[in-house]
Ligand binder design. Sequence first.
Ligand code: SF4
Length: 147
Amino acid sequence: MHAADPHRLCTSCGLCCDGSVVRGTEIAASDVAHARSIGLSIIQLDAVHQGFRHPCPLLQSDCTCAAYAERPRSCRDYRCALLTRYEAGTVSLDAALAIVRTAKQLIAAWRGAGARDDAAARVDAAAADVYLWRHFREGEAPPEPRG
Ligand code: SF4
């Protein structure tokens, strides 16, 4: 079996940094000054935690990070469920890339549906949401039901 190449998967994806999978990144107090120095707008996320909201301004159109070598510790450490499975060898690169392609198709339909408010639009939104939870956010708390 080939060694996992996270860079190959993530530079075909970018769904964490663009806000599809996670809405923001927490930054440790000791890393805040550095994060600001590379252009991130650090805000207070709650009474205790600081971080920045996604989409990350450093995400480029080719899914690479404009400050990759200097990215904060939280960004270096982040692993979605799909990347975790790929690195563990329980999903192949081809299968992971196929999941990313499907996710992007569902998200495109979801975002396209944002301008509509009908039953089909709600189905598009739910399909993308469920797919993201199943493949990228597994293990986290389930989402609140939509009203
Ligand atoms: S595979 Fe996961 S960690 Fe990598 S870019 Fe996509 S969502 Fe982010």
